[in-house]
Design a protein around this ligand. Structure first.
Ligand code: SAM
Length: 438
């Protein structure tokens, strides 16, 4: 790749002689030249700026000087293949990201025009944008204002050069980096000594267990990204996240919806939630029923047991605790649980310290997104706070997925019962879990 940097402070670019970029230049992987803009001035004072039209503070860099300089630098290029990018650093430009660096690494030639003062006369970018074979990009390296474009040029050159084949010794080291293909910030890294100032290296990293190390790093990357750059998490697709990722994200207050990770709140339901809860129940209940159960029986159950009136009663009944999971931004309800306090399990008469998890449903769009576990945890905590020492539930005997989920939540099968849905008797397994005192 060929890179030309034009500046009134060529010495500012001296660091480009150092380190990996310096080595890449020496080995011929990178052909880089720094030009003094003042070489193209014609007056005695080597003037590059003048006062702004329209008035105001500061000076503006003259288009005629820049034009002569850029014509000279670009003009020496015989190729007209569109592979030349004229980069104009500017705090008002598009934000320079790793994606920009990747795009620029594919160019044949970069020309960087470093502005000073109030910047370069706007006609320069306008003019070269019409020149065949040249693409103009104004780029900002962040939301702050520097005195000149030289620091931005150093940033751009280093970020692009390290992506050129052969510049970074081990290309593997580019794979898992922050802002890479995984879309996550990198996990924390450690080296010798294993203990330093009472701070040990996380044990897993010295275990030699490759799969565990990989998982630990992935978990830390998810945690870091959630804490520092939630905007990056929101850009991930659901396909990019496995079950363990979802479990980790759920623990951090996120769920995975059709649009990717979002933040969800699990809270006690209030009477105002009755309408939305009835609508959610109408969607979720039929999906949990066995195929053998007719649609009429299901509809009858939804209409009489899960209607707005029923939910209004549940939400005002001191013997019931309803929790909802709601999207933090939209408030949309995504799932709910209901605990019935003092409800004995089938075959047990005394229900004083027993509670029933009578409902636990999550919208099908967000199944497997980690919300059900959070809802069950909230329901279990609430049961404990109300004095329960055992929490039980009935789930359709044919619903293996549900049974496995409850097992992961700590429930074990303790018996069977029949459950009436719209006048049809259903075979349920009864599962139970001890509840620890709060
Ligand atoms: N008046 C300009 C504005 O408010 O947009 C700022 C000009 S700045 C003082 C002078 C030069 O520094 C710019 O022409 C540009 O080359 C460079 N510069 C300043 N901040 C930058 C940033 N965040 N990214 C890239 N270049 C920047």
């Amino acid at each position: 790749m060929r890179i030309d940097v034009l500046t009134i402070f060529p010495d500012y670019l001296a660091p480009l002689e150092l380190s990996l970029v310096g080595k890449a230049r020496q080995s011929g992987l990178l052909d880089l030249a720094v030009h003094d803009l003042r070489a193209w001035t014609t007056d005695r004072h080597r003037t590059v700026d003048d006062t702004p039209f329209g008035g105001g503070a500061g000076m503006v860099m003259r288009p005629d000087v820049w034009g002569t300089a850029l014509d000279a630098v670009l003009g020496a290029d015989p190729a007209d293949d569109g592979g030349t990018v004229l980069l104009v650093p500017s705090p008002a430009g598009e934000v320079f990201t790793q994606r920009t660096a990747e795009e620029l690494a594919g160019a044949r030639r970069l020309v960087l025009a470093c502005g000073r003062y109030e910047g370069i006369d706007a006609r320069v970018a306008e003019h070269y944008a019409t020149r065949p074979g040249v693409t103009v990009r104004e780029v900002s390296i962040g939301d702050y204002v520097l005195n000149g474009g030289e620091v931005a040029a150093l940033v751009v050159v280093e970020a692009v050069a390290r992506l050129l084949p052969g510049v970074v010794g081990n290309p593997e080291s580019l794979v898992e980096e922050s802002h890479g293909a995984a879309g996550l910030l990198e996990y924390p890294v450690y080296t010798k000594p294993p203990a330093w100032r009472d701070l040990p290296v996380p044990e897993v990293l010295t275990s030699g267990h490759h799969a565990k190390v990989t998982r630990w790093r992935r978990d830390r990357a998810l945690e870091r990204t959630a804490a520092r750059r939630p905007d990056l998490l929101e850009r991930l697709t659901p396909e990019a996240l496995d079950r363990e990722d979802r479990r980790v994200l759920a623990g951090l207050g996120w769920y995975v919806g059709p649009g990717g990770p979002r933040r969800a709140q699990v809270r006690r339901a209030v009477p105002d939630d009755a309408v939305a809860l009835a609508a959610l129940a109408a969607v979720t209940f039929p999906l949990a029923c066995p195929p053998s159960l007719g649609s009429e029986a299901i509809a009858a159950h939804v209409a009489t047991q899960l209607d707005v009136g029923s939910f209004t009663r549940f939400l005002t009944d001191p013997g019931r605790v309803v929790h909802v999971a709601a999207d933090e931004d939209t408030g949309a309800l995504l799932g709910y649980t209901m605990v019935v306090l003092g409800s004995p399990a089938p075959g047990h008469e005394d229900g004083e310290d027993v509670a029933e998890l009578s409902k636990c449903y999550v919208h099908p769009d967000v199944h497997g997104g980690g919300l059900a576990g959070r809802l069950v945890a909230a329901a279990t905590t609430a049961a404990a706070q109300h004095g329960a020492r055992q929490l039980w539930l009935g789930t359709n005997a044919g619903n293996r997925r549900a049974r496995r989920f409850y097992e992961r939540c700590g429930f074990a099968v303790v018996g069977r019962r029949t459950y009436d849905v719209g006048g049809v008797a259903n075979d349920d397994v009864v599962m139970s879990t001890p509840v620890l005192a709060p």
